[in-house]
Design a protein around this ligand. Structure first.
Ligand SMILES: Nc1ncnc2c1ncn2[C@@H]1O[C@H](COP(=O)(O)OP(=O)(O)OP(=O)(O)O)[C@@H](O)[C@H]1O
Ligand SMILES: Cc1cn([C@H]2C[C@H](O)[C@@H](COP(=O)(O)O)O2)c(=O)[nH]c1=O
Length: 217
């Protein structure tokens, strides 16, 4: 079980994670948020999970082959490696890291494969707690329409009832993350366009940074 006692030391940068059902608009929002912050002169490192490293690519393109514990281990191993190799160095450097998918995705997707939340937390033991975890969610029928129009990326997204299942499981994941002491904000993405969603995330990020600065004073 993760506890605040075995949490890694906090680093100068800010980790913001985006999760939510397939097709809700995470990647679109992440790109717009990174562009907005970069244009304002803020040092940003945009990244994605699974990572673009070989282990991450295996997980990303392997959802038809790998299931259950095997996929859970691949995603967790990739996350631990990416934290050490890419994310923590950027945080040490004081950057804002925007990460498209993180632990909430494992709670939901590996949950769909039958793993308990406890098992997912055990595999993710010691991961860096984000400064803010943003969950994008909304009306499953609207999310499903976006997903079907764009096309599914994985076996999860090709399942007929995916949006219903994921949308419900993210509500449970929020409760779970908050119980672990994570700061979580849920944004409803049913009606707002991508630019509006991104602007709301940017203002949440500014608030988090201002609060960090206030604590350091
Ligand atoms: N707020 C929005 N309103 C309407 N359409 C949107 C919105 N955000 C994104 N889209 C569109 O919905 C589709 C899915 O968006 P996107 O690929 O960003 O989702 P995602 O959550 O990253 O998906 P995945 O989980 O599969 O990576 C795309 O065609 C995108 O242009
Ligand atoms: C982070 C994470 C990812 N996955 C799987 C689910 C998808 O097949 C890919 C992500 O691709 P997308 O373009 O972002 O939809 O990886 C997973 O099973 N568990 C995870 O924690």
């Amino acid at each position: 079980m993760t506890s605040l006692f075995d949490e890694p030391r906090r680093l100068p940068g800010t980790l913001i994670t985006l999760d939510g059902p397939g097709g809700v608009g995470k990647s679109t929002a992440a790109k717009l948020v990174a562009e907005t912050l970069t244009a304002a002169g803020v040092p940003v490192h945009a990244t994605v999970q699974p990572s673009r490293a070989p282990l991450g690519e295996l997980a990303r393109h392997g959802t038809d082959t790998f299931r259950g514990m095997a996929l859970a281990c691949l995603c967790a191993a990739d996350r631990h490696h990416q934290l050490d190799a890419e994310i923590k160095p950027a945080l040490r450097d004081g950057q804002i890291v925007i990460c498209d998918r993180y632990v909430a995705s494992s709670l939901v997707l590996q949950g769909l494969d039958g793993l308990s939340a406890e098992t997912v937390w055990q595999l993710n033991h010691g991961v860096y707690r984000p400064d803010l975890s943003v969950i994008l969610n909304g009306d499953p029928a609207v999310i499903d329409h976006r997903l079907r129009t764009r096309g599914g990326h994985s076996r999860f997204e090709r399942a007929e009832d995916n949006s219903d299942m994921e949308s419900g499981l993210y509500v449970h994941a929020v409760v779970d993350l908050q119980a672990k002491g994570w700061l979580v904000e849920t944004l409803d993405c049913t009606t707002d366009d991508a630019a509006t969603i991104a602007a709301r995330i940017v203002s949440l990020i500014h608030r988090v940074i201002e609060e960090k600065i206030a604590v350091c004073r």
